[in-house]
Design a protein around this ligand. Structure first.
Ligand code: FRU
Length: 588
């Protein structure tokens, strides 16, 4: 694969072939100076399935090298025994041959089934000091094992429907570990201790969990079938390891001293949009507040449905952690009114890298469970966002007094160089330097085209300002435009509604354009100026408004059949001002 197929992003990571979703186990290993990106991956197809941990490495967070699958799905023939003590009637043995049988009482039987154990999302820790007993600089991977078990349903007894065997899903937390710098992993069999695991006597096919379902079965309101996505972090202040895991509408915190034995500490109850979608991929991120020595614990959460734009999205809530492993929200409002981390539709399951000192670097799956099936790329499916550096900034306008600000990592600029882009008017009067004045042209949008740059993958930064007395109604950037800007994306600001927006209407991408998807926005108060930064790629756009105070992330496709049956170039950039008489805006 040349990575030059239609829609293949150029500086956003995608696997050479096949499906990927959540980033997992992001880690900087300073013993090898390597960034590791693991991710949900289907080695056998271009749709979700056979979930394993794919793997890529990088020295600079920008150029990634795909590696062999790090943690493959477990697959083995498993015999499951079951007993009906007091049943007479029928059951469907759908694990064995699907036939309906009739039994007197009592009865026992078994099913032999091909038991796939999926390796779901999770996190890694670099065990520098051999706290686990598995060796210095071992990489520990905490993940959710997801599998089906034979379950006895509906004991109808005499004369009724009877009982049958069905399959139900179990999710529990497992550990795998790597002693070769993160390339390959062995399963840690929780039934054994570290020495036995290292000695190789551990069961690699059916390893026991380190946090089995029974660990939560007594807790009120948790959901064992949605018990997943463990994220482990060190709490420097209280000298404890913490793991946060979701369980349906709750997040549970476990504590550990040795990274292997975990005890339940506390629960966080969801309050916003309870029951809509599930909570997924939680994280507790210790963050130094900018220009202060205060540490706050930011809780980030992926919400599978009903997010700000539509479908899946991410939220954040600021709080504190104590020595008991209890997270306390900053205000009574924090959980009821979480902040959105991104205002587009394609920023999901984001987590941060471990072991990056004071830097907090997040990347996310650039997709949405609601729409993802509509994308049609081949032979690969989906990509990651660029890594973003997070900063926690004091701001009284936000709940608890803090906002999370995001910026593309500076490594991106270093790796790719910075080309200056010079705008000019589209009337052909030649290139202007910076400081182009766009003067309103009565009823028509007044646009200027950039003449010294054409391209489809770049980063662009533009600052706009206007006079309070002569405001335009909207202004912004055209990116990915055709020559006459008949097709384009608009990255703009609507001064009336005070919304920064991405308008994808003219991609005419009916396949993916469910209502609302073509237009997303974020509230940004009119301050007389706005800075719009867009990271544009073949089928990805990430917008940072005012240096990342708000972000909007989307995928987009200019479908060939919608543009005269062949692919036209969408490699122009422009600036525009809309509305009113005698309005003007300045672009820097
Ligand atoms: C989030 C998620 C996780 C799960 C994984 C499975 O996108 O649903 O909760 O671990 O994907 O692939």
């Amino acid at each position: 694969w040349q990575y030059n197929e239609l829609y293949r992003n150029q500086y956003h990571y995608s696997a050479a072939k096949n499906w990927l979703n959540d980033p997992n186990g992001l880690l900087y290993d300073d013993s090898t100076a390597t960034y590791h990106m693991y991710y949900q991956y289907n080695p056998n197809g271009n749709g979700w399935g056979d979930m394993s941990w794919g793997h890529a490495t990088s020295k600079d967070l920008t150029n990634w090298q795909e590696q062999p699958v790090a943690i493959p799905m477990l697959e083995n023939q498993e015999r499951m025994d079951f007993t009906f003590e007091n049943t007479k009637g029928q059951f469907t043995d759908n694990g064995k041959d699907g036939k309906v049988r009739y039994w007197g009482q009592p009865c026992t039987d078994w099913v032999e089934k091909n038991a796939k154990k999926y390796i779901f999302s999770g996190s890694t820790v670099l065990d520098k000091e051999n706290i686990s007993g598995l060796g210095e600089n071992t990489i520990l991977a905490y993940y959710t094992s997801c599998f089906q078990i034979a379950t006895r349903w509906n004991d109808g007894g005499d004369g009724g429907m009877g009982s049958w065997i069905g399959m139900s899903e179990v999710q529990e937390q497992h550990l795998a570990y790597s002693t070769d710098g993160g390339q390959t992993f062995k399963q840690f069999d929780g039934a054994k201790n570290a020495a036995e695991n290292l000695a190789g006597t551990a069961n690699q096919q059916s390893p026991k969990a380190i946090i089995p379902v029974t660990a939560i079965s007594g807790l009120p309101g948790v959901d064992a079938k949605d018990f997943r996505d463990p994220k482990v972090v060190y709490d420097e202040e209280h000298k404890q390891w913490l793991m946060i895991v979701v369980a349906g509408q709750q997040a549970l915190i476990f504590k550990s001293d040795n990274l292997i034995d975990w005890t339940y500490a506390s629960a966080i109850q969801r309050q916003h949009d309870v029951g809509v979608g599930v909570w997924e991929c939680p994280e507790l991120i210790p963050m130094k507040v900018k220009d202060s020595d205060d540490i706050k614990w930011v809780l980030t959460m992926s919400v599978q449905d009903n997010a700000y734009a539509s479908g899946s999205g991410m939220q954040y809530m600021v709080g504190d952690i104590d020595a008991q492993g209890v997270w306390t929200p900053a205000t009574a409002n924090t959980l009821a009114n979480p902040n959105w981390l991104d205002y587009g539709e394609d920023f999901y399951a984001g987590v941060t890298f471990g072991n990056t000192g004071n830097r907090r670097i997040m990347l996310a799956w650039q997709s949405n469970w609601k729409w993802t099936g509509l994308q049609q790329t081949t032979p690969w499916y989906s990509n990651m966002t660029v890594p973003r550096e997070l900063t926690l900034v004091a701001d009284a306008a936000y709940d608890g007094g803090y906002k999370l600000v995001q910026a593309p990592v500076t490594e991106l600029d270093l790796a790719n160089g910075q080309d200056a882009i010079v705008p000019t008017t589209d009337k052909g009067t030649g290139a202007l330097d910076t400081g182009l004045i766009l003067t309103g042209d009565m009823n028509n949008a007044n646009a200027a085209k950039v003449t010294n740059f054409k391209g489809t993958a770049y980063k662009i930064e533009a600052e706009f300002s206007w006079e309070a007395t002569s405001k335009p109604s909207a202004l912004g950037l055209y990116v990915r435009g055709t020559d006459n800007f008949e097709r384009k994306l608009l990255v703009g600001y609507d001064l009336g509604s005070q919304l920064a927006y991405l308008n994808m209407l003219s991609t005419d991408d009916q396949d993916i354009q469910a209502p609302g998807r073509d237009h997303t926005n974020a509230f940004v108060p009119d301050a007389g100026h706005i800075k719009l930064t867009a990271l544009v790629d073949e089928s990805s756009i990430e917008i940072f408004v005012n240096d990342g105070e708000k972000t909007i992330t989307q995928v987009f496709y200019f479908r060939p059949e919608k543009i005269g049956g062949s692919h036209v170039k969408t490699d122009n950039i422009g600036f525009y001002v809309e509305g009113g008489n005698d309005k003007k805006a300045t672009v820097k």
